[in-house]
Structures are given as structure tokens and as C-alpha cells.
Write a protein of this length. Structure first.
Length: 84
């Protein structure tokens, strides 16, 4: 979930995470995020013809939005099952 990277420093500070540990995870996460998005863009650019980008752009954005919510939905379902 992209929003997690926004609030990670705040949560790490509140939880008194060691700076060295936070930096390690932050650097690894940033690297994976950057390389992953770059490779995804590269391969999507090879798969989608330039004249058809308009047809594929909206569905791709929709899939990204849905996938962003999946971890939250799974967490909510697990919490409800645990409370029963």
C-alpha cells in the first residue's frame, strides 16, 4: 500500500524504532519500490503498443487502485474473524 510509506516514519518514531533499523528497512523498501515500478513500466511499455495506450491506461490504474486496497480488506476480514 503506497500510503504506508507516507506514515512509516511517524509510526517508527512513536514505536521508538532504532534509527539504524528504520533506515535499513526504508532503504530496502525504497529500492524495491523504485526498481519494481521502473521494471513494471518498462515491461508494460514493451507489451502495450504506443497507439493503444489509451485503451489500457484506465484498466491498469483501476487494477492498481484495487490492489492497493486488498491488504486493508484482508486485515479487516482477519480482525472480524478473530473477534468472533
Amino acid at each position: 500500500m503506497p500510503i504506508v510509506r507516507t506514515f512509516a516514519p511517524i509510526v517508527a518514531g512513536v514505536a521508538a524504532m532504532k534509527y539504524k533499523t528504520f533506515m535499513f528497512y526504508n532503504l530496502i523498501g525504497g529500492f524495491v519500490w523504485t526498481v519494481g515500478l521502473t521494471l513494471l513500466g518498462y515491461y508494460l511499455g514493451k507489451m502495450i503498443p504506443p497507439d493503444k495506450v489509451d485503451e489500457f491506461l484506465l484498466p491498469i490504474v483501476g487494477v492498481i487502485i484495487v490492489l492497493s486496497f486488498v491488504p486493508s480488506i484482508i486485515h479487516i476480514i482477519q480482525e472480524r474473524r478473530a473477534n468472533k
